[in-house]
Design a protein around this ligand. Structure first.
Ligand SMILES: Cc1cc2nc3c(=O)[nH]c(=O)nc-3n(C[C@H](O)[C@H](O)[C@H](O)COP(=O)(O)O)c2cc1C
Length: 150
C-alpha cells in the first residue's frame, strides 16, 4: 500500500497548518500519512515511504532555509529517491522579494535525488486561510495520490 511521509518545519504554525490540510486530503484518498516535525525525524526516514513531502517556511536575511531543515537540505541530493513522488510546500510572506523560495530550493534537491515531481509546489502566503489556499492544497494532495493510484 502506498504511504506518505510529511516532514515540516514551522516556527509560528503556518506551515504546520498547511501540512495538516495536505495530510487530511491524502488520508481521504486512503493514503496513510506519517507526519513529523523536522526535529523529530531524519532524512533516512524518507526512504521508507512512496510519497515524500517536505514543508518549510522561509526565513532570515536572504530567504534562507530554516536551521532545522538544513540536515534534510544537505542529505536529500545524495539519496536515491527514485520511484518516489515528492511534494514541497510551505508558508512565506509575499511582502518579501524572495517569496517562500525555500520551497523551490527543496524542490531542486528532490529532483537531484531522482524523485518524481508532481504538480506545482504549494507556496502559501502566511496562514492557509483563503478558500483558494485550501483548494490549491487539496489539488496538490490529490495529484500526489493520483500518481500511484492511476
Ligand atoms: C526575519 C524574517 C525573515 C523572513 N524572510 C522571509 C523571506 O525571505 N521570504 C518569505 O517568503 N517569507 C519570509 N518570512 C516570513 C515567514 O516565512 C512567514 O511568516 C511564514 O508564514 C512563517 O511560517 P511558519 O508559521 O510555518 O513558521 C520571514 C519572516 C521573518 C520573521
Amino acid at each position: 500500500m502506498v504511504k506518505a511521509l510529511i516532514i515540516y518545519g514551522s516556527l509560528t504554525g503556518n506551515t504546520e497548518e498547511i501540512a495538516e490540510i495536505i495530510a487530511e486530503e491524502l488520508e481521504s484518498r486512503d493514503v496513510p500519512v506519517t507526519i513529523y516535525e523536522a526535529m523529530d525525524a531524519d532524512p533516512e526516514d524518507l526512504l521508507d515511504f512512496d510519497i515524500v513531502l517536505i514543508g518549510t517556511y522561509t526565513y532570515g536575511n536572504d530567504a534562507e532555509i530554516p536551521d532545522e531543515m538544513l540536515d534534510y537540505y544537505d542529505a536529500i541530493p545524495d539519496m536515491d529517491l527514485s520511484g518516489k513522488a515528492f511534494g514541497t510546500f510551505g508558508s512565506g510572506d509575499d511582502f518579501y522579494p524572495k517569496f517562500a523560495t525555500a520551497v523551490d530550493d527543496f524542490e531542486e534537491q528532490f529532483i537531484k535525488a531522482g524523485a518524481a515531481r508532481v504538480g506545482d509546489n504549494c507556496k502559501i502566503n502566511m496562514a492557509p486561510d483563503e478558500p483558494e489556499d485550501i483548494q490549491a492544497l487539496k489539488l496538490y494532495a490529490n495529484q500526489l495520490a493520483d500518481y500511484f493510484q492511476n
